[in-house]
Design a protein around this ligand. Structure first.
Ligand SMILES: [Zn+2]
Ligand SMILES: [Zn+2]
Length: 112
């Protein structure tokens, strides 16, 4: 699951009807600073969070903005290569794949 803050807010509100969106945001910030969750830096309109704190890549559907985990290992050698070729101290990288989820690719087949 890669919910947006708003989706999480809707979920939490079912259990805690009086919670505010601001409280949900603050707790998400705290959890991501603690490394319990990840704030995802993806393109697309929504800021999303990830319950998996370890580094992994994502595939985003260009049709419906659904995000799934990409089942490949992180490319540590990319950062090693940069270590020798840039004056920057590299602290991370993002890699995002784009594609069509099964539902959207069915839609597209129907349309064509
Ligand atoms: Zn889709
Ligand atoms: Zn993920």
């Amino acid at each position: 699951m890669h919910p947006s803050a708003d989706e999480l807010y809707q979920l939490v509100r079912k259990r805690l009807p009086r919670i505010s969106l601001g409280t949900v945001y603050r707790n998400l910030e705290i959890l991501s600073e603690l490394g319990e969750i990840q704030k995802l830096e993806l393109s697309g309109s929504l800021k999303r969070y990830d319950g998996h704190p370890h580094r992994h890549y994502h595939i985003r559907c260009v049709g419906c903005d659904t995000v799934a985990d990409a089942p490949i290992a992180p490319l540590a050698q990319l950062e090693d290569e940069l270590y020798h070729t840039t004056v920057f101290e590299i602290i991370g990288h993002n890699l995002e794949f784009t594609g069509l989820c099964p539902a959207c690719s069915r839609e597209q087949e129907k349309a064509s």
